[in-house]
Design a protein around this ligand. Structure first.
Ligand code: ZN
Length: 298
């Protein structure tokens, strides 16, 4: 199993038992240490200190978050933590900045990374799900932000998580890498795609690699997962053994696909390959590839 994946979990106590207990949550919000993680347009408040970046936490009565809808994220030790969206025109409080989470993710402590990923995903869900999918009526937030109920038809709506298979496909000493249109120049990564309704993860791995690159995959195994809140994905890191080598590209999905030998991949991570740039630090693709290069996947 692969450890140390960014957003890979910090053992946060989500305290779901408290979500329906308004009195207990109100008492928790009055206790010392209670904090609110604020995001503006999906960008969390981050403060840079001597030990590196940390997720900013505002007091529940702070001007950016007081009175705004919030989601109870859980207990950090004894302290309650909530998430709230700051106004679109809000300036960050002194010493803080609104951070692109993709850029900041790898530098955050594990607990802060889990809180940030959770806050971004759940606030994004609320922003896009104000109306009932069954009847179109406006819905009401219940369960401290973990559910929306429709007063018109009685439907319950729950936050979405969309599974994405991402796969290290190897053949001998080489790994199959691809590049999507619009990515930063030279960047290549592992192939990936959404798991479809009614499909197993293993079948999704084989289908995506066949559709995008024309390569047949045999045995598939699971490595590790990574919450990826853009907007609501759960990356399911897998390993697959290729049964064929010839690549037939689907140009609608990929701009390039190629087999990259281990030695060249190591040079790409060192920034020494003239054409290939490795996946971004913090992305599960980078974790998986580095583990493969280090021989830690067996
Ligand atoms: Zn409804």
């Amino acid at each position: 199993m692969l450890k140390g994946v960014t957003f890979g979990g910090s053992g946060l106590d989500r305290a779901a038992r408290l979500r329906g207990d308004g009195a207990a949550l109100a008492a928790l919000a009055r206790r010392p240490g209670a904090g609110v993680v604020a995001l503006r347009a999906g960008e969390p408040l981050v403060e840079d200190g001597e030990g590196g970046p940390r997720l900013g936490r505002l007091g529940p009565e702070g001007p950016l978050v007081a009175g705004r809808p919030s989601v109870f994220l859980g207990l950090d030790g004894e302290a309650g933590v909530w998430a709230a969206a700051a106004p679109e025109d809000a300036s960050p409080p002194g010493g803080g900045r609104w951070a692109d989470l993709r850029a900041a993710m790898a530098g955050l402590p594990a607990r802060d990374a889990e809180l940030a990923a959770t806050a971004k995903a759940i606030l994004g869900w609320h922003a896009a799900h104000g109306f009932c999918a069954a009847c179109g009526a406006p819905t009401a937030v219940v369960q401290a932000g973990w559910q929306r109920d429709c007063p018109a038809c009685g439907a319950h709506h729950f936050p979405r998580t969309d599974p994405v298979a991402i796969m290290l496909v190897t053949r001998g000493n080489s790994v199959l890498m691809g590049r999507s249109p619009g990515w930063p120049e030279g960047m290549h990564s592992l192939l990936a795609g959404f798991v479809e309704p009614g499909e197993t993860v293993e079948a999704a791995v084989r289908r995506e690699v066949w559709e995008e690159a024309g390569v047949r995959v045999g045995a598939v195994s699971f490595l590790a997962s990574q919450p990826w809140p853009w907007p609501a994905s759960l990356m399911l890191g897998c390993r697959g053994e290729a049964l064929s080598s010839a690549i037939t590209l689907d140009p609608k999905e990929l701009e390039a696909a190629l087999w990259v030998p281990r030695e060249r991949m190591a040079r790409a991570f060192a920034g020494l390959d003239p054409l290939i740039r490795a996946p971004r630090r913090g992305a599960i693709a980078a974790h998986i590839l580095r583990a493969w290069l280090a021989g830690r996947l067996g």
